[in-house]
Design a protein around this ligand. Sequence first.
Ligand SMILES: N[C@@H](CCC(=O)N[C@@H](CS)C(=O)NCC(=O)O)C(=O)O
Length: 324
Amino acid sequence: MAIPPVVVAAARSVWHWQWLQLMGGLGPADAEGNYRRPRSPFAERPPLPVDAAEPGAHLLIVGRSCPWAHRAWLTWQLRGLQASIRLVVAEPDPAAGRWRLPEPVLGCSTLQQLYRRGGAAPDQRATVPVLLEAGGGRILVGESARLMELLNAWPAPPGAPDLEPAALIPQIRTWRERFQHAVNDGVYRCGFARTQVAYDRAEADLFTALAEAETALAAAQAGPWLCGDALTLADVQLFPTLIRLELVYAPLFGVSRRPLWQFPALWRWRQRFYALPGVEACCFAEAWRRDYYGALFPLNPSGIVPAAPPLATLVNGLPGAVQP
Ligand SMILES: N[C@@H](CCC(=O)N[C@@H](CS)C(=O)NCC(=O)O)C(=O)O
């Protein structure tokens, strides 16, 4: 027997209401349904600690799937800080909504405990990435943008790149601010939008910013990096979002207007970035897919992880005219 339309309509409206409640668990939204990322309490870059040069005096805690952690991890990797700052890769625990530490750190088995121990307020979110003192557990910074800057200033082995050269600071800042809202957070503003209007705004913003990056990279005198010859924090900040595009954001967050292969300069840029020493070692396509599709229940209630192109095909050249 067919279900009466009035029952279908009622079920849809109850389901939609429940979906909105679940979306509230992913993050807040304003009255128009725009996703609003919670503000981080770590607004300022802290000064370089006096014992920065002491090997093992600090810990950097990251998670494989987190794009914010990825940018800090990349900075640590590109600067060659392996001997001075110990990296700890936390594992997600989606059922409990927290990060588990692979082995106890200062007697703590979760990131939440470590934050409380390090002096965080009881209501402060325990997020990756975070940099803390290995001895006392004091938290130095838990905000990825500031963390990238701090890691770039950290004493590094000879030959380590300066990812924020003084002459390029204004240009780097402009790109980073643009990317932070329109691209890095932009994909989340699409995926976590509660209304069509909110989604449309975020989506248009995202593709406008990508088109700007494409134009800049394609300009005759430009490149190979966003700010010219030098690899900078602007490139590092763009990469974690673009490398997840086909694997997670396009299918799950509805960011599919124009695939990246239709931005040939960005495609080549991503390929070039991936080939940098140390970058492949912090890319985990299967973990990204498993964690996003598994953890974001309101966007994927079935828990099914769809098939995706192998990462290797996304960081190779395209056939024909688009080859570098
Ligand atoms: N503002 C932070 C945000 C980092 C963030 O949201 N990390 C997520 C993982 S992708 C997290 O750890 N969430 C745990 C929570 O919110 O409890 C940053 O950029 O460092």
